[in-house]
Design a protein around this ligand. Structure first.
Ligand SMILES: Nc1nc2c(ncn2[C@@H]2O[C@H](COP(=O)(O)OP(=O)(O)OP(=O)(O)O)[C@@H](O)[C@H]2O)c(=O)[nH]1
Ligand SMILES: [Mg+2]
Length: 351
């Protein structure tokens, strides 16, 4: 009898202990994890160059994708006051501008103005104003061909800069605007290029004309124009190769492709030079090579989401006098934005 009372009591005690443990566990979980000691602050240089993570499921805006480039300007934003600048402050401005890749000449202009006038509206406002003045105002994108002809946009640039991806994004955009679009796989250097373009055509609802590896790019463009006019399409987006297999000059070939594309029924309205922003000043050197041969009408600057060197836009427009018409801010189909100079300088510098 006593033994069974003892066993019963033990079972009750064990049960109570288990219940108590469960309750304590639940309360702990509600309170969240134990607090973690705060991390030591990062050194200045790192803080300024950390990109804000883009919000990928929203329509991109320049502001939301320019985090790394904006970070570079933190040190300019933090210069308080509105009078003359100290030598040290001028050095900070110079360093920031060069780091953001706006280029030496624009940097010198900014420093000269700050030395001469001080910063009556604040340093950031002065820098913003001068960068904005370095950007062109006219950046119209031509899309309406003469009656009976088909508009052609040609895409040129060295390999890997983002030509094919940009064509896919623009097809999406123009089809969304109600246009009928044909893609011409003029990069016949490797078979995968036509495959990649075909995938974009399927994704966006564009038509695509392609030929085998090594085919003549001119004849692909010619066929695409035939298809476009037979089907009443509004726009042909023509891809080109960024390199050549043999000694044939790439620029000569581009000139030839352009001649074919501009022959009726085709009419070349835009020749976009695609540049990769992450290559900074190298992009500028590349552009100079292409300019003469390809009659470039606009620049598409890709990968602005992945660089702290967004200031390269300023260098490009100032040095080349060719407008940046679109910027790539990610790998998705919607990640292409018509370039707006006011929004751009605000995204970089405004407090
Ligand atoms: N983050 C980011 N990546 C991009 C952007 N544009 C293109 N890319 C990526 O860059 C890489 C090269 O893009 P492609 O479109 O194949 O470049 P391409 O100029 O056609 O290259 P070739 O055909 O080899 O001459 C791909 O991985 C793209 O997803 C952009 O705006 N942002
Ligand atoms: Mg390509």
């Amino acid at each position: 009898m006593i033994a069974s009372v003892f066993v019963l009591a033990s079972i009750v005690i064990v049960a109570l202990l288990v219940v108590a443990l469960v309750v304590v566990g639940l309360v702990r979980r509600r309170r969240g994890p134990a607090p973690v000691a705060p991390m030591a602050p990062l050194p200045d240089l790192l803080v300024t160059e950390i990109a804000e993570r883009p919000v990928l499921d929203e329509e991109p805006t320049l502001g939301s994708r320019l985090g790394a480039s904006r970070g570079v300007f933190d040190r300019v934003r933090s210069i308080a006051g509105t009078g003359a600048l100290t030598g040290e402050q001028l050095e900070v401005v110079e360093e920031v501008l060069l780091r953001s890749d706006v280029g030496v000449s624009t940097t010198e202009v900014v420093l000269a103005v700050l030395r001469r006038d001080g910063a009556p509206d604040g340093v950031a406002a002065t820098v913003r104003r001068i960068l904005r003045e370095s950007l062109v105002d006219e950046r119209h994108v031509a899309v309406d061909a003469e009656p009976g002809r088909v508009a052609v946009w040609l895409f040129v640039g060295v390999n890997g800069v983002g030509k094919t991806t940009t064509i896919g994004k623009l097809a999406h955009r123009e089809i969304g605007a109600g246009r009928k679009v044909v893609l011409a796989a003029g990069d016949t250097f490797r078979a995968a290029a036509a495959e990649q373009l075909t995938t974009w055509a399927e994704r966006t609802g564009a038509d695509v004309v392609r030929a085998g590896e090594g085919a003549d790019p001119g004849s692909v463009i010619h066929d695409a124009l035939g298809r476009a006019s037979a089907r009443g399409a509004d726009l042909v987006l023509a891809d080109t190769a960024g390199r050549r297999a043999n000694s044939t000059n790439l620029l000569d070939e581009l000139a030839k492709v352009r001649r074919v594309a501009d022959r009726a029924p085709g009419q070349v309205l835009e020749t976009f030079m695609v540049l990769d922003a992450t290559t900074g000043q190298n992009a500028l050197a590349q552009a100079r090579e292409f300019l003469a041969a390809a009659s470039v009408t606009g620049i598409v600057l890709t990968k602005l989401d992945g660089t702290a060197r967004g200031g390269i836009v300023v260098a490009i427009e100032r040095e080349l006098s060719i407008p940046v018409k679109f910027v790539g801010v990610g790998e998705g189909v919607a990640d292409l934005i018509p370039f707006d100079p006011d929004e751009f300088v605000d995204s970089l510098i405004r407090a």
